[in-house]
Design a protein around this ligand. Structure first.
Ligand code: BES
Ligand code: ZN
Length: 886
C-alpha cells in the first residue's frame, strides 16, 4: 500500500458535523511483539453497534500501517470484504456485536514525526494525542470511544528489560528464547489518545504517596541510567500536586501506581497518559547544577499539570477535539493556581499575564485567531495553541471570579461527579457550574465562541459637590477571520479606588444600602457600554481597574505618567503595581522610539529613575516582585504595542533606557547585588529564588552600564556559581558582548557540560538569542556542531526556535536573511516532523504588521513554502491561513 500518496488539499473537519460514533469498543486487547525496526501489533477489539449512533459503516482510522491480517469473529476477511484508503479501513455489513482481530506491522525507528510508536535514543515509546494511535493499529481513534485496555508486551529481555503500559501490572513471565513478556491492565475506560507504551533499559526512582482515604500509591520515575540523580525534584513536585488536588478539589488518585518516563525526543512538554505520563526529559529532570530556577519552577508546574489531567482530562475527557480546552484550559488554570499557592501568587500572576499578552494576544490578532472552542480545523495538532491553553485557562478563571471560590468548588464537584467516565463538552462544564449554583452563564459562554481580544475603554468622572464617581466601561472586539461582528462579553472587572494618600476608599454603588468594604470589588460588565455610579466618595479617587488581570482584555485607560508612577508604588494590588510600572516604561520607551525615528536627542526620564529607586529601596516589597518590576518589557511585546513595529528603533530605545537607568542607579544596583551575594547552598524555595532573580537583574543592569569592570564581575559570578541559575545568567550577559571573553566563556561552558543534553540546549539557546550582528552565521554554524540534530525537537527549539522567535533584531534583518533561513529549515523539518515544522511557522504570525519591505520579504517566504508539493497538513494549514486575504 502506498501510504505517502499525494493528498488533495487536506480535509476540513467541522464541529457542526459532529456525530456520535457508529460503533463502540468495549474492550481492547493489544499484544505487541516489540522491536525498534519492526513491531507487530495484534489488536483484538470487542465491539458493538452504538444504539445512539448513526446508521453507518464501521470505519477505523489507520495511517502508515502495514496490514497483515483481519479476522471477524475468528474468520479471516478477504480483501474483497473490506475497503482501505491511506487513512481508513471500512468494514461493511457487520453484526450488532462482534470481535475484530487486526494484525499490523509498524517501523518505530523510521518514525521521525514522533507520533505513534517511535524510537528515542534507546527507548521505545508512544505519543498518541491527538491522533497518533492510528499509527499503531486500526482503531476508531476519537476521544468519545472509550474502552478498557489490556496490553501484553513481548520483547527481547536484554534489550528491553523494562516494559510499561497504562494501569496496573497484572502478570509477567520469561520465554526460553531470551524474550520476556508482561501484561498491563487499566480498569478505567479511556480513549485511545491516552494509551501509552514504553520499553527500554531504564533506571527507576521510587517513592510513595498515601492518599486522603489511606491508599498507598507507588510513584516511579523511569529515566536513562545516566539521569538517575535528576529525579528528586519531580518526585517532590508530584507529591505536592497529589496533595494539593486532594485539598483543593477533593480529587484522589485512582490506581496503585503512578509512573513518569523521561524521553529525549518529544514534540511537546509532557503527556498525561493514564497512569503512565511521558515527559520531555527537559520538563522533568533537574539538579541545581544543571537546571535553573525557572526550570525547577516549570517542572513543578508541568508535573502537576499532567497529574491534574487524571481528573480533568482522563476521568472526564473531551467528546471531540473542538472541546480540547475543556481539559487543557481547565488544567492550566488548575496548575496556575497550584503554582500560585506553592510559590509567590503575585509573581505567578505576572508571569501568566506576561505570557498571555505576548503570545496569545498576538495569536488573537493574527491570521490563525480562533475561539477557545474552535469550529473548524484542518490539522488538530495546530490547535494546541495559546488560545486553547492560556486563554482557555483565563476563561475558567473568570468563571471562578464571577461565582466565587466556594461556589466554583461546588460546581467542579458536580462536574466531576456528573461526568465521571464520560467524554463531554465545554457546554457540559459550564452547565455543571450553573446547576450547582443556580447562576446564568449563558452570555458568558461567548468567551468560548468568539475569537479576538476585547478592548475595554475606561472613562471616569468625579463630581466633588455630589461626591459621586462615575466609571464608564465600553467594550469592543475586533473582527477575526470568519467572525466579522461580535456580541458583548460578560466581563468580571476587578476595581479599587484610591485616595491621594494611596488609601482604599469604600465602594458603594448607586442603589446599594451599604458600602462594600475591602480593597477590591468585582463589577460585572455585560453591555457594550455601561456606567457604574459610586456614591459617597469623599475625595477625588484614582481608580485601579482590572486588578489581578481579572479578564483577558486590552485596556484603554488614559492615565498620565504621574498617575502610573503613583499606582506603581501605591496600588494595593501587586499585579496592578507591576502593570502600572510596565505601562509607564512602555510609554517612555515608545517616546524614545519616536525620538529615534525623528533623529531627536534621547533623554532619560527622571520620573522612572525615581520610581525604580523607591522600589529598589522598599524593604517591604518581596524581592521577587522587585525583580519583576525592574525588568523591562521584551522587544517583542514592545513591537506589539506599535502600529508598525520598528525592530531596530525598539532595540536601540530599550538599550538606551537600560544603560541610562543603570548609570543613574549604579550605586544602588551595586549595593543590592553585593547584599544578595551571600554564599549558601542552593535550595529551591520562593525566598531563595527571589533573591537569585533580583541579584541577576542587578547584574544585568551593572553590565548594561557599559563599565568594563562589570564584565569581570559577571565572569566572577560564573566562576563561583554552584548552580545553573547564576551560571547561565552570567553567560547570557556575556553573549551580547563581543570579544575574547565571550568566546572563552562559551567554550569552557560547553567543555564542562557537553555530556548533558539539557544544559547543551541552554548553550545553544543562549547563542541563538544573542543580539550581536553575526548571530545568524553562528546559528548556521551550530547546526553543524556535534551538539545539534535536526531530528531532535529540543535542539530545534533551542537553536532555530530561539533565533526566529526571541531574537527580533536578527530574525527581522532588513535583508530578509532571517526569513530565508526559516524557510529552509521548515522545508527540511516538514519531511521529518510536521508538528515541529508547523510550530516554527509561528514566527511569521504577525507578518502583516511590519513595514512594506519586511512584509514583502515575509510574504515571499510564505509563498515559497506554499508552492511546495506534498506539504504536510500541519504546515499547509498554517501557511495558507497566513497568506489568506486579510
Ligand atoms: N496533553 C498535553 C500534551 C500533548 C498534546 C502532547 C498533544 C502531545 C500532543 C499535555 O497535557 C500538555 O498540555 N502539555 C503541555 C505542558 C503543560 C504544562 C501546559 C506541553 O506539552 O506543552
Ligand atoms: Zn495538558
Amino acid at each position: 500500500m502506498d501510504t505517502s500518496a499525494t493528498e488533495q488539499s487536506p480535509k476540513v473537519t467541522l464541529l457542526a458535523d459532529y456525530q456520535q460514533p457508529a460503533y463502540l469498543v468495549d474492550e481492547a486487547l493489544l499484544q505487541f511483539d516489540l522491536d525498534s525496526a519492526k513491531t507487530r501489533v495484534v489488536s483484538t477489539l470487542t465491539m458493538r453497534k452504538n444504539p445512539q449512533g448513526p446508521e453507518a459503516d464501521c470505519i477505523l482510522d489507520g495511517e502508515a500501517l502495514t496490514l497483515v491480517s483481519l479476522k471477524l469473529d475468528g474468520k479471516k476477511l478477504e480483501g474483497s470484504q473490506f475497503q482501505r484508503t491511506t487513512s481508513q479501513l471500512l468494514i461493511p455489513n457487520l453484526p450488532d456485536k462482534f470481535e475484530l482481530e487486526i494484525i499490523t506491522e509498524i517501523e518505530p525507528d523510521q518514525n521521525t514525526a514522533l507520533e505513534g510508536l517511535y524510537y528515542s535514543g534507546s527507548i521505545l515509546c508512544t505519543q498518541c494525542e491527538a491522533e497518533g494511535f492510528r499509527r499503531i493499529t486500526y482503531y476508531p481513534d476519537r476521544p468519545d470511544v472509550m474502552s478498557v485496555f489490556t496490553v501484553t508486551i513481548v520483547a527481547d529481555r536484554e534489550k528491553w528489560p523494562v516494559m510499561l503500559s497504562n494501569g496496573n501490572m497484572e502478570d509477567q513471565g520469561v520465554f526460553d528464547d531470551g524474550r520476556h513478556w508482561v501484561r498491563w491492565h487499566d480498569p478505567h475506560p479511556k480513549p485511545s489518545y491516552l494509551f501509552a507504551l514504553v520499553a527500554g533499559d531504564l533506571h527507576v526512582q521510587q517513592d510513595s504517596f498515601t492518599t486522603q482515604s489511606g491508599r498507598e500509591v507507588a510513584l516511579r520515575i523511569y529515566v536513562d541510567p545516566e539521569n538517575k540523580h535528576k529525579c528528586d525534584h519531580a518526585l517532590t513536585s508530584l507529591k505536592q500536586a497529589m496533595k494539593w488536588d486532594e485539598d483543593t478539589y477533593g480529587r484522589e488518585y485512582d490506581l496503585d501506581v503512578f509512573m513518569i518516563v523521561a524521553v529525549n525526543d518529544f514534540n511537546m512538554g509532557a503527556m498525561e497518559n493514564k497512569g503512565l505520563n511521558i515527559f520531555n526529559a527537559a520538563c522533568v529532570l533537574a539538579t541545581p547544577e544543571t537546571a535553573t530556577d525557572d526550570d525547577f519552577y516549570t517542572i513543578q508546574s508541568i508535573v502537576a499539570h499532567e497529574y491534574f489531567h487524571n481528573w480533568s482530562g482522563n476521568r472526564v475527557t473531551c467528546r471531540d477535539w473542538f472541546q480540547l480546552s475543556l481539559k487543557e484550559g481547565f488544567t492550566v488554570m488548575r496548575d496556575q493556581s497550584f503554582s500560585a499557592d506553592l510559590n509567590s501568587a503575585a509573581v505567578q500572576r505576572i508571569d501568566d499575564v506576561n505570557g498571555l499578552r505576548s503570545m496569545q494576544f498576538a495569536e488573537d490578532a493574527g491570521p490563525m485567531a480562533h475561539p477557545v472552542r474552535p469550529d473548524s480545523y484542518i490539522e488538530i495538532s495546530n490547535f494546541y495553541t495559546v488560545t486553547i491553553y492560556e486563554k482557555g485557562a483565563e476563561v475558567v478563571r473568570m468563571i471562578n471570579t464571577l461565582v466565587g471560590d466556594e461556589e466554583f468548588r461546588k460546581g467542579t464537584d458536580l462536574y466531576f461527579d456528573r461526568h465521571d467516565g464520560q467524554a463531554v463538552t465545554t457546554d457540559d462544564f459550564v452547565k455543571a457550574i450553573e446547576d450547582a449554583n443556580a447562576v446564568d452563564l449563558s452570555q458568558f459562554k461567548r468567551w468560548y465562541e468568539q475569537a479576538g481580544t476585547p478592548e475595554l475603554t475606561i472613562d471616569t468622572n468625579y463630581d466633588p459637590i455630589e461626591h459621586r464617581f462615575t466609571l464608564t466601561v465600553s467594550q469592543a472586539c475586533p473582527a477575526t477571520p470568519g467572525q466579522t461582528t461580535k456580541q458583548p462579553f460578560h466581563i468580571p472587572l476587578a476595581v479599587g479606588l484610591l485616595d491621594k494618600s494611596g488609601t482604599s476608599l469604600d465602594m458603594q454603588l448607586e442603589g446599594e444600602a451599604e458600602p462594600h468594604h475591602g480593597d477590591t470589588r468585582i463589577l460585572s460588565v455585560t453591555e457594550a457600554s455601561q456606567t457604574f455610579e459610586f456614591i459617597n466618595v469623599s475625595s477625588e479617587p484614582l481608580a485601579s481597574v482590572l486588578r489581578g488581570f481579572s479578564a483577558p482584555v486590552k485596556l484603554n485607560y488614559d492615565l498620565s505618567n504621574h498617575q502610573l508612577a503613583f499606582l506603581m508604588v501605591n496600588d494595593k494590588d501587586s499585579f496592578n503595581r507591576w502593570d502600572a510600572g510596565q505601562k509607564l516604561i512602555i510609554n517612555i520607551l515608545l517616546e524614545l522610539v519616536a525620538d529615534i525615528q525623528q533623529n531627536n536627542q534621547l533623554v532619560l526620564s527622571s520620573l522612572l529613575v525615581n520610581q525604580f529607586e523607591r522600589i529598589l529601596t522598599d524593604k517591604k516589597l518581596d524581592p521577587a516582585l522587585v525583580a519583576k518590576m525592574l525588568t523591562l518589557p521584551t522587544e517583542n511585546y514592545l513591537a506589539a504595542q506599535m502600529t508598525t513595529p520598528d525592530v531596530d528603533a525598539i532595540h536601540q530605545a530599550r538599550e538606551f533606557l537600560k544603560r541610562n537607568i543603570a548609570v543613574s542607579l549604579k550605586g544602588l544596583f551595586n549595593q543590592t547585588y553585593e547584599k544578595l551575594s551571600i554564599r549558601k547552598a542552593y535550595d529551591f524555595n520562593a525566598d531563595d529564588m527571589a533573591m537569585r532573580s533580583l541579584k541577576n537583574v542587578c547584574l544585568s543592569y551593572l553590565v548594561a552600564s557599559g563599565d568594563p569592570m562589570q564584565l569581570q564581575r559577571c565572569l566572577r559570578q560564573m566562576k563561583q556559581a554552584d548552580n545553573m541559575t547564576e551560571l547561565l545568567a552570567g553567560l547570557r550577559l556575556m553573549v551580547d558582548q563581543s570579544g575574547l571573553e565571550r568566546e572563552n566563556a562559551l567554550r569552557s561552558f560547553y567543555e564542562q557540560w557537553k555530556q548533558d543534553r539539557q544544559v547543551v540546549d541552554k548553550w545553544l539557546a543562549v547563542q541563538a538569542a544573542s543580539t550581536l550582528p553575526d548571530t545568524l552565521i553562528r546559528v548556521k554554524g551550530l547546526m553543524k556542531h556535534e551538539a545539534f540534530s535536526i531530528k531532535n525537537p529540543n535542539n530545534v527549539r533551542a537553536l532555530i526556535g530561539m533565533f526566529c522567535r526571541n531574537n527580533p533584531v536578527n530574525f527581522h534583518a532588513k535583508d530578509g536573511s532571517g526569513y530565508r533561513f526559516l524557510v529552509e529549515q521548515i522545508l527540511v523539518l516538514d519531511k521529518l516532523n510536521p508538528q515541529v515544522a508547523a510550530r516554527m511557522l509561528g514566527a511569521l504570525n504577525s507578518w502583516r504588521r511590519y513595514d512594506e519591505q519586511r512584509q514583502q520579504l515575509m510574504k515571499q517566504a510564505l509563498e515559497s513554502i506554499a508552492e511546495q508539493q506534498d506539504l504536510s497538513a500541519d504546515v499547509y494549514e498554517i501557511v495558507t491561513k497566513y497568506l489568506a486575504a486579510e
